[in-house]
Write a protein that binds this ligand. Sequence first.
Ligand code: SF4
Ligand code: SF4
Length: 392
Amino acid sequence: MTIVRDALMEGLSSPLCLTWELTWACNLSCRHCLSSSGKPDPLELDLQACRRLLDDFRDMGIFYLNIGGGEPMMHPSFFGIIEYADALGIGVKFSTNGTRLNREAAQRIASLHYCDVQVSLDGATAAVNDAIRGAGSYERALWALQNLADAGVQGSKISVVVTKGSIGQLDELRTLASRFGAQLRLTRLRPSGRAQDCYEELALDDAQQRYLYEYLLRYPEIQTADSFFHLNALGASLPGLNFCGAGRVVCLIDPVGDVYACPFTIHPDFRAGSVRTDRFATIWRSAELFRDLRAQTPAAGCQRCDAYSRCHGGCLATKFFTGRSLFGADPSCVRAVGNPVSVPVPRRLSDHTRLVRRGSAGSSAAVGQSSLSSRRFRGVDGSSWGDIVGDV
Ligand code: SF4
Ligand code: SF4
């Protein structure tokens, strides 16, 4: 087991979990959107460029993709892209707000060999969901789920970012999923994109985290995308990865072709390169940022914690966007003494996603490859990881 973990930490020749955001266009404006989506960028990859990228994925042996956005169904060539992936034998799991998933679209999805759909819903009731995702979004998501069920699409998911509003609705969410023959998928709120502005308000407190952990142990069929491994510190490990896979086994390609360590680290510090100028395989295997991430001991400042082997210091993105040292404990750590388990205060950055987009749209040279080495022993707030060690 340790050998497998070490191999994963050192990185594989292709990512295990590759997310590809097709567009920043979105017809909703969810409060916690990790990519601050809304309008498309004129430089978003077109069908031809997307096909070239898919050919590269096939050559690398990548066998499935997570497709997201924005709302990916708003990409003008959405079906052309996923049908091409399907023809290459690359499975697609795509996340959608469901607003465009009519009967015809559901039937087209049903005709593919390898396509799973995750419909985003952030509450079991319209009141809870729509407070985050906007008026009418609950009804529309249920409409999409019904269309998928009617078309016979297998393996659909209801995908929920768990918040203070929905943590008391987990039973209802399971019931709702079974109504559509779908599975429930719960993920963690991270303070990326617009979620920086509502993280404090929506993120789970300590008691809610403990409740969620017990719930996940009781219902292991609930999918989590390895979001909650920092809760392993409470006892038995949840299924899945127990360390941050950013740049090791996880990465993101954004709509203009920039490559980042993880979908939640869309920031110049975590940009590894661009598929406009380099092959994806070259970036994945050789980018300085990725080499740095793979060479590091995760959260070295946590190593004295007796839960380290189950948690490895938690989520890099959450630390980064809350201004913590990357080498210390997760801000929502359930163990750290003096490391508040209550919700941390997020860094009030300007819209970092747009900052990157401006660089990409104006000149790719404007955003260089990033290396962590310049701040290897420093957090983004300038604190050394030694400051955090004292808290563990
Ligand atoms: S101190 Fe670090 S390793 Fe221990 S539980 Fe907290 S985040 Fe995890
Ligand atoms: S930064 Fe957080 S969300 Fe991204 S791979 Fe690491 S643990 Fe997962």
